[in-house]
Design a protein around this ligand. Sequence first.
Ligand code: ZN
Length: 217
Amino acid sequence: MATSQSNPKPIDPKGLTACPECDLLIQKTTPKSGVKGLCPRCKCMLFHTKKDSVERTLILSLAGLILFLPAMVLPIMTLNAMGIERTSNILQGITTLFQDDFHLVAILVLLTTVIVPFLKLLLLFYVSISVRFKVNLGNPALAFRSYKRLDEWGMLEVYMLGILVSITKLTDLAQVSYDIGLFCFVFLLIITLFSSVTLDKQQYWSLIGRNVSTKNG
Ligand SMILES: [Zn+2]
């Protein structure tokens, strides 16, 4: 695709794309970070890459992976009712659901709150490392496709909503205090949301494609 800079390279017929507005054939290029691409004829915006998408997504996914274990195992809240104190973390909550015969709910919570969010961060970290440092280990294209498929299944925000509702209801019955696990979970949720915002899918695909051509070439 065309950028604001002129492209002196000869035209490769395989690497052409058409402007969606005026159908002008334009040579595809690997878009640089934070760049707008305009059609040279009609000035329609062809792409607008996010600034430092790979670096920001890499740091956020790494921070999410570091924060994941504390968010799952540290106590979220302490309940104090008639002198009896009880703390609970996310994994204990899932175990309790299993013990109380809510097997399907327990499996759903395990999938949407633990397994999928962790896999998403891991895949995003792996793909970001691959494209940032041009490492050709494994299959980043497959990993990125899997990440996009899993995107709809991670529901940390729904679980967060559940925690907030529980806290509101429990305050009538017992004394509730927040613990460090809740803050880790909130940070994990924010990091996961921001990693989706900083991720520039078009730029990632373009960089994955460039790595594959370098590998094959
Ligand atoms: Zn055009």
